[in-house]
Design a protein around this ligand. Sequence first.
Ligand code: CP
Length: 318
Amino acid sequence: MKLFSSVKDVNDIKAIVQKALILKSNPFAYQELGKNKTLGLVFLNPSLRTRLSTQKAALNLGMNVIVMNMDKEGWALETQDGVVMNGSSAEHIREAAAVMGQYCDILGLRCFPKLQNQEEDYSEELFNKFVAFSNVPVISLESATLHPLQSLADLITIEEYRKVAKPKVVLTWAPHVKPLPQAVANSFAEWMSKAQQENLVDFVITHPEGYELAERFTSRTRVTHNQNEALQNADFVYVKNWSSYTHYGKILTDDKGWMLNNKKLEITNQAKVMHCLPVRRDLELASELLDGPNSVVIQQAGNRVWAAQAILKQILES
Ligand code: CP
C-alpha cells in the first residue's frame, strides 16, 4: 500500500477490520516493524483525535513521529503551477512536499476544503499534489472530500458492537451553526456502500432536502428525507452535520427537529449512537444521548488508533 485516501485503496475491508482488532488485542506485537522509520504528520487544520491517535498508532509500531502544524508554523503554500509567486505564498507545494518526503518514510496530510468552489474542492488538488511531489507513501488525515481513517474506525466500531449479522446503519444529518465539510459523510457513505455490497450492513442515509451528497458516494444507497422512517429498526445511528453539496457550502436549514434525542432513539432497535467528534452538545446531538448507555462515541474515537495502526502496518510491510 502506497496511498490511503479512500476505501478504494483497501483490497478487503472485512480483512482490514479484523487486522485492526488483532492489533487492538496486542498493540505492541510489531514494535520492530517501524524501528528507525519516521512518520510525518502535516496539519493545515486543527485536530485532536486524528493527531493523537495516529501518533499513538505509529509509536505502537516503534516509529518516530514528527508533527508539523503547517497552518501555524509553516510557510504559506502555493499550490498553482505557472504563477509568479509575488503574493503572500512563500513556498510552492512542489518543494515543500518533496522536502518533507526527504525527512519521512510515510507522510500524513490533513487539508480541509474552503467550501467556496465545489469543483476546486472536489478536485483534491492540494492532497493530490502533496502525494505526487512527496515521493513517499501518503495517508489522508482528512482531505477536502474524504476522511478514510475515521470511516475505518467507524467500521471497526460497528463490527465490535453489532448484535446481528447484518445491522441496519443509518447516517442522519444534524443541525449546526457553521458550514462544515461533507468529508466525513462522503467517506462514511463510501465505506458503508462497500460494506453493503459485501452484505455486511443495510445502509440508509437521511437528510433534509438540499443536502444530497455527491452521487459518486451514494449511487447505491437508499436516501430519504423522512428521518423517522429511516430510524425504524436501526441498529446504529451515525449523526453528522454537513453543508450543502448542491448549494455548495451553504446552510439551508437549522431545523432543530433533526437533532437526535432519546425520543427519536425509541424508534430504533435500541441503536448505538455514533459521531466522529468533535460534537456540539444539544445542537447536533442531545446530551442525554451522549451521556447515556447507547452512545459509543468515545469507543469510536478510541478505535481511531487501531484504524491508523492497521494502515501504517500495511504500508510498512509493503
Ligand atoms: N474526528 C476527527 O477527525 O477528529 P479531529 O478533527 O479532532 O481529528
